[in-house]
Design a protein around this ligand. Structure first.
Ligand code: SF4
Length: 66
């Protein structure tokens, strides 16, 4: 699974990182770092929780294989 990060939507709420700090890395100002996130199979649950917790819909789940 992959998480497509739309940085322009991020408002720095840090809710994603509160759910899964090892998956969602923030910069010093609390905004998500640039770049999509590859998620290992065993991390899919916390990753989807984190993505769904974003009030700005900046984190889109991509479950397409490959
Ligand atoms: S929850 Fe959404 S708005 Fe908040 S830091 Fe994460 S991506 Fe950005």
């Amino acid at each position: 699974m992959r998480i497509i990060v739309q940085n322009s939507k991020c408002q720095g709420h840090a809710r994603c990182a509160a759910q899964a700090p090892h998956i969602f890395k923030l910069d010093d100002a609390g905004y998500i770092l640039l770049g999509d996130i590859e998620v290992a199979k065993e991390e899919e649950l916390p990753a989807s929780r984190g993505a769904r917790s974003c009030p700005e819909h900046a984190l889109e789940l991509d479950r397409a294989p490959g």
